[in-house]
Design a protein around this ligand. Structure first.
Ligand code: NOJ
Length: 738
């Protein structure tokens, strides 16, 4: 529809009709059989009949037949026959579940994430959905926060590359085209900075940390054309994001140029009262509207208050028009005025969902996301050996994460199912060894509704353990699939202790007493404290929550069919006392490399370095990276510099290395991080093969938020590092001359 027609439509709408476009409800409000997936607190909303009839969008319900019926009925009632928008959290897959986003970060392959997002979009689109609440691009540094699993990690550059790729994957060039959905960049802003890693907690960030580290990935998603942005729950320097006019009007819309729809997170406008920022609902509605929030998700704050506020002249109706126009424009971009059902198709649901092509992609992505943390020669395994698989993830379908809310664990390939096809049946045994959680952890998950795990009686646990220890004794090699329960990460799952559940540690200790050849296969939504695990195991393979094809991909990696190439997108702390820990920190005035001097920046009981740093990950082969070669000694505003290295596979099998470029600005008006990732390349090399890898360093790469508040570069010396993890010291120096 042309813009003038949209404008005419808006002009013809009643105030109430407009306000209802700004209301988002769950499908259950419409049809009794439409029970949706609740992703926030269920409140008695007190929305009126009329609002329910006319609300402009719903969340949490999918299915072509259901949504087509709903759309038809809605449009018949809607005075201007405006179609409704259907939204859902399709985070890392719709039915075919790809590895969780942090795992996707570990692939260092944004192009692959783009393909996963495109496949997810296709499954979502045929299921009738128009918008996905994804990608979540929050920068994360604190492993205690459960939602780190939903992010691509701790680095602004890496996250920006993934933000862009995912938006492109979901939306393509034109979100109205077949099989595309609108992407929603979230959570604006700085939700990942929650104090002490506690969910929904306060965020305090100085402007330069906010701008240099936290904002770039949102900007990348917006520049990629994301049609929607979601506000975050947190306060930012004292003001809740959802009523933060400076953040939304000046930064998001002004500086970043975002002109799409801004939706609140689930009840986030209402929660500004609990935060102590809005006095009551009317005040919250006024503040959020003035901040430019277009849709109120799952509360009646807008629908019950805006009309009165306009009538009392407390808010300007023009602000409502502005918001509704953006909503209509989004519906228009999706082509809903011409085809309100878009791609919803019951027949295609049958052929597209979980199709072989998507499953193959899920297997490839999972394989590429695994990070080999330690390997004392036990991997890849010789399938002819006598092997015991021992651990609660041996035959466990629940490997899709708690944010795969549309996925079905029953569609997952377990390790046992995949291993049975490849390992010698006579010589391989499978044992759970213990439940995923002991009673203590089960208690901690109280209030998780139907999904709540149950504990196994003590007697049965002892039996499981005894059987496992016996099998371990008799085996040449023990493979132990261990990990967090899927409900221990995701929203509202902050943990103060980031260890494996005690019941699994006991199993590992008992097995280690009788067999020293242990490979741990680790499932987790966040970096864990792995000190003891890595002491007891000869090899550790990080597999995250790998998704639908997880078991198959794990067997590929265990047997060497796939050579691990993933790199950590987030530091694995030495222990929780070090958190938040991230590679791109500042040096301090008393760095730790001063020798045995007492007064320096260090802990007296643990190292400063994380156990496994950002960018780290081993392979079954070895790579050598040559010293850095530069084709000059200075970058200028007009002249870039080329840095190159030769990467050689010195081992005996083919493999892929992720070559990483980091810069350090040695002295600046504002102190700069020890290292900042500025580029990476994935290089596939056959045994013995070598390749040259080059990076171009230009002036824009050197920019940052300077002390005078402007963004730009500053003259001076720089260090440049090229290596295969953030702790590389393979460096060269250059100058920047303006
Ligand atoms: C709350 C979460 O914070 C957000 O990420 C999600 O999109 C909404 N609920 C809707 O489910």
């Amino acid at each position: 529809m042309e813009r003038e027609k949209l404008k005419a439509l808006l002009d013809d709408m009643s105030l109430q009709e407009k306000i209802d476009q700004m209301l988002q409800l769950m499908g259950v409000f419409y049809q009794e059989d439409m029970e949706g997936i609740l992703t926030g607190p269920a409140r008695n909303m007190g929305v009126g009949e009329e609002d329910i009839r006319l609300a402009g969008s719903i969340l949490g319900t999918y299915g072509a037949a259901k949504l087509k019926k709903l759309q038809k009925e809605y449009m018949e009632k809607q005075p201007h026959h405006i179609p409704m928008l259907f939204m859902m959290d399709v985070i890392h897959g719709m039915k075919t579940i790809f590895p969780m986003p942090l795992a996707q970060g570990a692939t260092f392959e944004p192009e692959l994430s783009e393909k996963c997002a495109a496949a997810a979009a296709k499954e979502a689109a045929v299921s009738g959905l128009h918008v996905t609440f994804s990608p979540m691009v929050d920068l994360v540094r604190d492993a205690r926060w459960g939602r780190v699993m939903e992010s691509n990690g701790e680095d602004p550059y890496l996250n920006s590359r993934f933000a862009k790729a995912q938006v492109k994957g979901f939306q393509g060039e034109d979100m109205g085209a077949p099989y595309k959905v609108c992407a929603c960049v979230k959570h604006f802003a700085a939700y990942g900075g929650a104090e002490a890693g506690r969910e929904y907690n306060t965020v305090e960030l100085c402007e330069h940390t906010l701008r240099d580290f936290y904002l770039p990935s949102y900007k990348a998603g917006i520049d990629a054309g994301a049609g929607m942005v979601m506000t975050s729950f947190n306060t930012l320097n004292g003001i809740p994001a959802s009523t933060n006019k400076w953040l939304m009007r000046e930064i998001l819309r002004g500086e970043m140029g975002f002109d799409g729809v801004l939706i609140s997170d689930f009840s986030a406008i209402l929660e500004t009262i609990a935060h102590g920022h809005s006095a009551d609902e009317a005040d919250a509605a006024k503040k959020a509207l003035e901040a430019g929030v277009d849709i109120d998700m799952m509360t009646s704050v807008y629908s019950a208050n805006l009309r009165k506020l306009v009538e009392e002249k407390a808010v300007d109706e023009a602000l409502i028009d502005e918001g509704v126009m953006r909503i209509l424009e989004l519906k228009n971009r999706l082509g809903l005025f011409e085809n309100p059902y878009k791609d919803a198709d019951e027949e295609e649901e049958k052929t597209v969902i979980l199709c072989r092509e998507h499953r193959n992609l899920a297997r490839e992505a999972a394989g590429k996301s695994f990070v080999l943390l330690k390997n004392e020669g036990l991997l890849p395994v010789d399938t002819e050996k006598k092997i015991a698989f021992i651990g609660p993830y041996t035959n466990n379908h629940e490997i899709i994460s708690s944010w795969a809310i549309t996925g079905d664990a029953s569609s997952c390939i377990t390790i046992e199912a995949a291993a049975e096809k490849v390992f010698d049946r006579e010589r391989t045994t499978f044992h759970p060894g213990c439940p995923v959680l002991g009673p203590k952890e089960v208690k901690g998950l109280a209030g998780f509704g139907d999904a709540k795990p149950v504990s196994v009686p003590e007697e049965e646990q002892e039996k499981m353990l005894a059987e496992a220890v016996k099998a371990a004794k008799e085996a040449d090699l023990v493979i132990m699939p261990l990990g967090e329960h899927y409900l221990q990460s995701g929203e509202a799952t902050s943990r103060a202790m980031i260890d494996l559940p005690e019941v699994q540690m006991r199993l590992l200790r008992e097995v280690a007493k009788v067999n020293e050849n242990i490979v741990v296969v680790l499932f987790n939504g966040r970096p864990l404290d792995l000190r003891e695990v890595s002491r007891l195991a000869g090899s550790v393979l990080e597999v995250w929550f790998p998704g639908t094809e997880g078991g198959a991909a794990i067997v590929d990696a265990l047997t060497g069919k796939v050579n691990p190439s993933g790199k950590l997108p987030m530091s694995f702390p030495y222990c929780v006392g070090q958190v938040p820990v991230h590679y791109n920190a500042y040096v301090t005035g008393r760095p730790d490399n001063m020798g045995q001097v007492r007064f320096r920046s260090k802990y007296i009981d643990i190292p400063n370095e994380p156990l496994y740093p950002f960018g780290y990950g081993l392979s079954y082969t070895q790579f050598e990276i040559s010293p850095v070669r530069l084709d000059g000694d200075a970058v200028t505003a007009k002249k870039a510099l080329t840095a190159s290295v030769t990467v050689k596979n010195t081992g005996e099998r083919a493999g892929t290395e992720v070559v990483q470029l980091y810069l350090q600005d040695i002295a600046a008006s504002v102190v700069r991080p020890l290292k900042e990732l500025k580029g990476f390349r994935k290089v596939e090399l056959k045994a013995g093969e070598e390749k040259e890898v080059t990076f171009v360093i230009d002036e824009p790469m050197l920019r940052f938020l300077r002390a005078d508040g402007t963004v730009g570069s500053e003259e001076g010396d720089f260090s440049l590092f090229i290596g295969n993890s953030s702790n590389t010291d393979n460096q060269a120096k250059f100058r920047y001359e303006a």
